[in-house]
Write a new protein. Structure first.
Length: 323
């Protein structure tokens, strides 16, 4: 049975293109994957927040701060953890700005996105942990979509392998291990993470409904799930990365992610025994009945009777003059 499957799958080819041109404009498929993931996460988070009683599309106000900070910090994190690649001997420092070529770190995005989301929540009155819980499944799905960008860029693949689903990589490639012959297959770590994240989305949705996790505990489940898988994928990747105490920096980041997720889960469980009273902090609640409606003009137009003196004056001036 395994032999039959191997004969069918054989290997996974990499896309032959990573961008396309529309007139003078070059569109990178990597960027399209990231943008698609962001849109999906925003739409799903909006639906989940609205269901909790938040103002429809308040997520846009939060995303306006969170998304740019996430992207900027993700790039900075990647550059700092691959310093020699951008600032080492023979490197082009300006390439640190070439984000369209790939190279953003999800843990950097989480740091910057968390800061932006916290500021956005302060701005809108939404509880930060309510937003984080609403975001959790959409964020993981966005990461799964974004990983297809690595496939198109032929980057971040794993160790050489002879499994039937080995990934084909064009030769030569900047990350090609020295000494390996052309035609070598590699572990498709992008696909492993896509499948792990997709399964995690189902787990997060089920756990959230089954146990009604709030106060940030559902986000903690996301952080634990994603980071646990990331420890494995990072351990078999062969792209250049700084090593600290024998482990890649992103492995350490993933371990820290699990620890932080566990800390959030148990600390919040101890601090908050009941359910959240509202998606808004006290005093910032939104009431749908207070929304301005164009047909409800009585609330904004003075329809009271004018003073008697004004009525008499109007009557006097409107009486026809007699000769």
């Amino acid at each position: 049975m395994i032999t039959a499957a191997a004969s069918v799958v054989a290997s996974i080819p990499s896309p032959s293109i990573s961008y396309f041109d529309i007139g003078p404009l070059r569109i990178h498929i990597y960027a399209l994957c990231i943008i698609t993931g962001i849109i999906v996460a925003v739409l799903w988070t909006n639906a989940r927040l609205t269901k909790r009683g938040a103002e429809p599309w308040v997520v846009i106000d939060i995303a306006l701060l969170a998304v740019p900070l996430a992207i900027i910090t993700a790039r900075i994190y990647h550059v700092l953890t691959h310093w020699s690649f951008y600032f080492g001997e023979g490197a082009n420092p300006l390439s640190a700005l070439y984000i369209w070529e790939g190279g953003i770190a999800i843990y950097g995005a989480l740091i910057g996105g968390a800061v932006g989301a916290w500021l956005g929540c302060r701005w809108t009155g939404i509880r930060f942990w309510t937003f984080a819980d609403a975001l959790a499944p959409g964020l993981l799905l966005a990461q799964a979509i974004g990983r297809f960008g690595n496939w198109f860029n032929q980057e971040l693949y794993g160790l050489p392998t002879d499994v039937p689903w080995g990934l084909e990589i064009d030769y030569p490639n900047p990350a090609w291990p020295i000494g390996l012959p052309e035609g070598t297959l590699f572990h498709p770590t992008f696909l492993y993470e896509v499948l792990w994240n997709a399964l995690g989305v189902l787990v997060i949705v089920w756990v959230g409904r089954r146990f009604r996790l709030q106060w940030g505990r559902l986000f903690a489940v996301y952080l634990i799930w994603y980071s646990a898988g990331r420890i494995v994928w990072e351990s078999i990747r062969i792209d250049p990365s700084d090593i600290f105490l024998g482990l890649r920096t992103n492995v350490w980041a993933a371990i820290l992610g699990v620890v932080i997720g566990l800390a959030i889960f148990f600390v919040q469980k101890r601090r908050h025994l009941g359910l959240e009273p509202s998606p808004y902090v006290s005093g910032r609640e939104w009431n749908a009945g207070q929304a301005v409606q164009s047909q409800n003009t009585d609330d904004f137009v003075d329809v009271s009777e004018p003073p008697t003196s004004e009525v008499e004056e109007v009557s006097a001036t409107s009486t026809p003059a007699t000769k």
